[in-house]
Design a binder for this molecule. Structure first.
Ligand code: ATP
Length: 238
């Protein structure tokens, strides 16, 4: 579903991403951890076609993201830290608009059903999203992913700033999408949520993937220790 091969992005002398190899298959959630500036957002921006790699390749559903950027976008949904919605439009209107861009012509009851599935309270459906909490906006993002029938979900710090209940609900929604076979790549600083939702966890530092585990391989405490060890080891070397 997501395949990254030797992906590299340099800015002058700086390797924002350095020969990254990574795969996220159907029904997997890959959580990418790493300090600020590790290369997580660069990875996601390359997959979205927002920036071009210096070298290497990336594929969404076996389609090259550099060669066919429009085609790959049909298969993916993207939820950043602050999801861009039209503030004066309601949830239904935003969903209608964004699913329309993905060539889905949905009736009102179908749009409502996706918002219900995403866990948004029905009383909010026809209110402008300007008044929404962050958690509610993220639910609209999930509804857009569901309406698009996205096979790949890219998330950049989606739970940052969410309260624990909203973060828990968001995690449950990711599991729902996972059960539908969606492949998810999530950049996050939230070790706890990563341990809760991931099937695989990777740690990046200085543009490189330094560690990778299957989630069952380690406890939350071991994850934290290994994360800190990776960060400290590298800072001692530099
Ligand atoms: P954060 O957790 O803060 O979001 P990150 O892991 O997402 O960090 P990136 O945003 O991918 O990190 O940045 C990786 C490196 O590339 C950083 O050193 C950053 O300063 C650098 N970088 C990113 N974009 C550019 C750019 N357009 N020009 C120059 N350097 C850049």
């Amino acid at each position: 579903m997501i395949r990254i091969e030797n992906l590299t992005k340099t800015y002058g002398d700086l390797a924002a991403l350095d020969t990254l190899n990574l795969e996220v298959n159907k029904g997997e959630i890959y959580c990418l951890l790493g300090a600020n500036g590790a290369g997580k957002t660069t990875t996601i921006n390359l997959l979205l076609g927002f920036i071009k790699p210096t070298s290497g390749n990336a594929f969404i559903n076996e389609i090259d993201v550099v060669k066919k950027p429009k085609l790959t976008k049909n298969h993916l949904a993207y939820i950043p830290e602050n999801l861009m919605l039209y503030p004066s439009l309601t949830a239904i209107e935003n969903l209608d608009y964004f699913s329309g861009i993905a060539n889905k012509k949905l009736k009102k009851h179908e749009l409502e059903a996706f918002l219900v599935e995403a866990g948004l309270q029905e009383s909010a459906f026809n209110k402008s999203v300007a008044k929404y909490s962050k958690g509610m906006r993220q639910k609209v993002g999930i509804a857009i992913a569901l309406a698009k029938d996205a096979k790949v979900l890219l998330l950049d710090e989606p739970t940052s700033g969410l309260d624990p209940k909203a973060s828990n609900e968001f995690g449950q929604l990711l599991q729902k999408l996972r059960q539908k076979g969606v492949a998810t790549l999530m950049a996050t600083h939230d070790l706890f949520r990563a341990k809760e939702v991931a099937t695989t966890i990777g740690v990046m530092k200085d543009g490189q993937l330094k560690q990778q585990w299957s989630v069952d391989e380690l406890s939350l405490k071991e994850l934290e220790d290994s994360y800190l060890e990776t960060m400290n080891y590298n800072s001692l070397q530099s």
